[in-house]
Write a protein that binds this ligand. Structure first.
Ligand code: FES
Length: 118
């Protein structure tokens, strides 16, 4: 099942940056990666920092609090690829100047996990 909802205008998120939007009571971080939009759960699975405020580079975001890096495409934790820790991702599509996400495509959210699981 899918549930596409408007999240922002394309101009709301400058290239190379992220912004937080609330959709269905959930905080979503929307990123503009060289004109492609990616959406993830805004809350870092470590301790809940806003990932939209992180540094974006090479298709990943670095959490502003403790520098964990997450892939914006699949949500994987790039610093420990074998870990089960990841962040939730959402399908995104652009129609004209409007960005939509499928709120039902978010597959999971693992809360804080033990970093020693690396
Ligand atoms: S809160 Fe994100 S790495 Fe710690």
């Amino acid at each position: 099942m899918s549930s596409w909802q408007t999240i922002a205008k394309t101009s709301d998120v400058p290239p190379g940056q992220g912004r937080t939007f609330s959709v269905d009571g959930k905080l979503i971080a929307l990123f503009n990666v060289d004109g492609e939009f990616r959406a993830i759960n805004d809350l870092c699975p470590h301790m809940g920092a806003s990932l939209s405020e992180g540094y974006v580079e090479k298709g990943a975001v670095m959490c502003p609090w403790h520098a964990w890096r997450f892939c914006l495409k699949d949500g994987s934790w790039l610093d420990a690829p074998k870990s089960k820790v990841r962040t939730e991702t959402f399908d995104v599509r652009v129609e004209g100047d409007t960005v939509l996400i499928d709120v039902d495509s978010g597959d999971m959210f693992e809360p804080t996990s033990d970093p020693s699981e690396k």
